[in-house]
Design a protein around this ligand. Structure first.
Ligand code: PEP
Length: 228
């Protein structure tokens, strides 16, 4: 199975009318739409008859319940139909200041509620330029218990590639994915960061799927890729 994950950001709000029924999906593909929280119910209704399209959230609380204003619990997410949750996207690491312990708690609680974590890691531009990518990837995953490594989707997203239109060279993406699989022992490894129509097939061929931001709200490009 290969995963195609859409991370819809705030610019989707006026553009909810996605024609999911029209998307043709390759046989070994699963499409996961991760809209902002306020659109979860709408998207859940729209994908009802699409058996290869699932719903995911862009974050999840690290606690099952309690007084945590602003947070969304795993139960609230499953009530909306969520089967996946993005955890530790670089934008939430940056703006919401999540540390590794909190992210791991999120992953554990998601799994307890039957939600598959899409756990994001990736280096900054400086770290990349200083040849530090592998150290950073090792560091960002060192607290993840071995027994959950096979139960999550690990998304490798170089921070400098997200939304920039620039990607690492294909050999570098392939090398990082092999490192994450062979040395860090994760089973399903995806790539994210400026995936577009022209690099989609190459990246899919070296990974277990992709996490897509900008291109996922261009219906024609996104649906074209779902059937490649
Ligand atoms: C993302 O938002 O995680 C992402 C990869 O965005 P983009 O595809 O626009 O680089």
């Amino acid at each position: 199975m290969k995963y195609i994950i859409a991370n819809w950001k705030m610019n989707i709000v006026d553009n909810i009318n996605q024609k999911f029924q029209l998307i043709k999906i390759g046989s070994d593909r699963e499409i996961i739409i991760c809209p902002p929280y306020t659109l979860l119910n709408d998207v859940n209704n729209s994908i009802k008859n699409c058996d290869k399209i699932s719903l995911g959230s862009q974050d999840i609380s690290h606690k099952a319940s309690g007084a945590y204003t602003g947070m969304i619990s795993p139960k609230m997410l499953t009530n909306c139909g969520c089967k996946y949750s993005i955890i530790g996207h670089s934008e939430s690491r940056l703006y919401l200041k999540y540390d590794e312990e909190t992210l791991i708690q999120k992953a554990k609680i998601a799994l307890e509620y039957g939600i598959m974590p899409i756990y994001c890691i990736g280096e900054s531009l400086n770290e990349y330029k200083n040849n530090n990518t592998k150290n950073i990837l090792r560091d960002q995953t060192k607290l993840i218990p071995d027994d959950i490594k096979s139960k999550i989707l690990l998304a490798y997203e170089p921070i400098w590639a997200i939304g920039s239109g620039i990607t690492p060279k294909m050999e570098q993406i392939s090398d990082s994915i092999s490192f994450i699989k062979n040395e860090l022992k994760f089973h399903n490894v995806l790539y994210g960061g400026s995936v577009v129509k022209s690099n989609f097939s190459d990246i899919m061929s070296m990974s277990d799927g992709v996490l897509i931001g900008s291109m996922s709200i261009n219906f024609d490009d996104f649906s074209y890729c779902c059937n490649l």
